[in-house]
Design a protein around this ligand. Structure first.
Ligand code: R7I
Ligand code: MG
Ligand code: MG
Ligand code: MG
Length: 312
């Protein structure tokens, strides 16, 4: 059965938000079990998201507005100056969503009138290597027509806050993985080796090549979350979290809830790794594969439905 484009678009956005919401309470916690996470998933009341979903929604809205009524042209999809202000305004409206220390300072400078290029270098001279560009990037995979377009959109969406090469590599890795997850039919078996090869080709870096070797190796065997985070990292840096998210997805490509639980049990930056893994697994298997009561409890469910329809 072919999973439709709209189902995959919904799966991508809701998978991202679900991973963020379920992962946030477990940030930095060790010894978390599947039943701890299932209990949170089966609870009642709204599921609150953090900065990861807040900024993914801003990016999705930006892409939807700029595509509206126009022919698909990658050049027009992102206006960096506008996008930087929209990100900064989202932070200003809700600064309590758990933003990183670096972006908090640069967003403060941007809302005060500093151009984003100067604001971000004022905080980290080489640019931030945090995972903030990668955590929010998945919506670009709904817009770019192929690996090249998706790569370009990923870089442009990330660089307004994250200029460091490793942060850009992280955004490209996550966006290209999301693109492939959409393209591949979930009814067919997924080759982890071939998947990682395609992502690797989009990320020219020896540091990342080593990470991809480990991801490919661990994806082929029955690795557990503790071994995965020991081998790949689970911190707020892009190279220390994006590969772990990719592995979490490859371990459970058709089970978004299981991919999210794997990411959370790996510890560290759980909201972000689970958000990235959830976006990939949701994009691959579609909205119908997500746990039903939990997705309807997502705080941003209405907006997520709206942008999925616009971007599909
Ligand atoms: O990348 P960013 O948006 O943070 C995202 C994380 C996710 O886990 C979210 O869920 C949220 O909790 O935060 O924010 P940045 O502030 O750009 O980067 C995150 C952190 O990485 C910074 O606060 C620094 O600790 C570290 N970092 C750096 N440290 C030294 N030098 C990033 N770049 C540098 C650097 O160049
Ligand atoms: Mg967060
Ligand atoms: Mg955090
Ligand atoms: Mg985080």
């Amino acid at each position: 059965d072919h999973t439709s484009r709209i189902d995959k678009a919904r799966g991508l956005l809701f998978g991202l938000a679900l991973g963020d919401c379920l992962g946030a309470p477990f940030e930095g916690k060790e010894g978390v079990t599947d039943s701890d996470i299932v209990a949170a998933q089966n609870g009642t009341g709204a599921l609150r998201h953090t900065d990861d979903t807040a900024l993914a929604l801003v990016l999705a809205r930006h892409l939807a507005h700029r595509l509206g009524g126009r022919p698909r042209k990658v050049d027009g999809c992102i206006d960096a100056d506008v996008l930087a202000r929209e990100f900064a305004e989202a932070w200003q409206a809700e600064p309590w969503r758990g933003y990183g220390g670096g972006v908090t300072k640069s967003f403060g400078l941007i809302v005060a009138g500093t151009h984003w290029r100067n604001a971000i270098r004022a905080v980290f001279p080489d640019g931030s290597f945090g995972n903030g560009g990668a955590m929010r990037v998945a919506p670009v995979a709904l817009v770019g027509a192929g690996v090249r377009e998706v790569t370009e959109l990923a870089r442009r969406s990330a660089e307004v806050t994250h200029a460091h090469d490793d942060a850009l590599h992280g955004a490209v890795c996550q966006a290209v993985a999301a693109h492939l997850a959409i393209q591949l039919d979930p009814a067919q078996p997924l080759s982890a080796g071939a998947f990682v090869e395609t992502v690797r080709d989009a990320v020219p870096s020896t540091l990342w090549a080593k990470k991809f070797d480990i991801v490919a190796e661990l994806a082929e065997r029955d690795t557990d979350p503790a071994e995965a985070s020991a081998a790949l990292g689970n911190d707020v840096s892009a190279p220390g979290s994006v590969p772990l998210a990719l592995l979490s997805f490859l371990r459970h490509p058709r089970r978004p809830d299981a991919a999210i639980r794997f990411a959370i049990r790996a510890g560290g930056d759980t909201d972000t790794v689970a958000a990235m893994a959830g976006a990939l697994a949701g994009a691959h298997s579609g909205y119908a594969a997500l746990p039903t009561p939990a997705v309807s409890r997502l705080e941003a469910a209405k907006q997520l439905h709206l942008y999925a329809e616009h971007l599909a």
